[in-house]
Design a binder for this molecule. Sequence first.
Ligand code: C5P
Length: 216
Amino acid sequence: KETIRIAIDGPSGAGKSTIARAVAEKLGYDYIDTGAMYRAVGYKMNQQGVSIEEEEKLKAMLEETEIDYRSGVIYLDGADVSSKIRTPEVSMAASACAASPAVRTKLVEEQRAIGHKTNVVMDGRDIGTNVFTDAQYKFFLTATAEERAHRRCRELQEKGQEVNFSDTLKDIEQRDYNDSHRALNPLCKAEDAIEVDSTHLTINETINKIYEYITN
Ligand code: C5P
C-alpha cells in the first residue's frame, strides 16, 4: 500500500519542526525531523574529532553509526541525544557534515525507508527536491532572517540560555548560506512546493494553513 509523504522544507529557524510535528499529530502521521539526524552525526563527529575532510575516517565512523528517530526522540547508537544536539556548536557541525556525500547518502536512504513504511510528515532541506520528489504534498516554509533570529533567541532564553541577537542572526545567515550553496542537494524550493511565509503568522495560523491545503 502506498504511503502518504508530506514534505516540509525551508531555512533554519522557520519553525519547520514545530509546524511539522503539529500537522503530523493532526493527521495521525509520524513526524520525522531529518535535521535531528544530521545533528546526531555532527555531534558524533565533534565527539570523535572527525572532520569532513577526513573522508576515510568519516566513512569508517558512519559504518558504525546507528541513527534512529522514533516518537520525537533521536537515538545515536542506542542513546537518546535529543537535548545534546540542540546547541549552537552542534548546529554548525550539522550544517558542515550535511555537505558530505557519505553522510547524505546514508541519511537519505534511511529517510526513504521510513517514508515507504508509514505515512509521514518529514521536515528538512531537501525532502521535496530529493528524498521524496514524488511526495503528495510539498511545502516550503520561510520567514525573514531577522524574524527567525528573534524566534531562536526567544527559544534559547526560555531554556535559560544566554543569547545575543546579532550572533544568532549571523549564525542563521551563515547556515542559510551553507545550506543553499552546497553542491549536493542544496536548500531550494521545489517547483511544485507551496510556499508559506510565516513572518507575520502565528504558529497556529501556519499550522492551519498547511493543514487546510492537505485536507481541502
Ligand atoms: O533543521 P536543523 O536546523 O535541525 O538541521 C540541522 C542542519 O542539518 C541544517 O543546517 C542543514 O545543513 C542540515 N540538514 C540538511 N538536510 C536536511 C535536514 C537538515 O542538510 N534534510
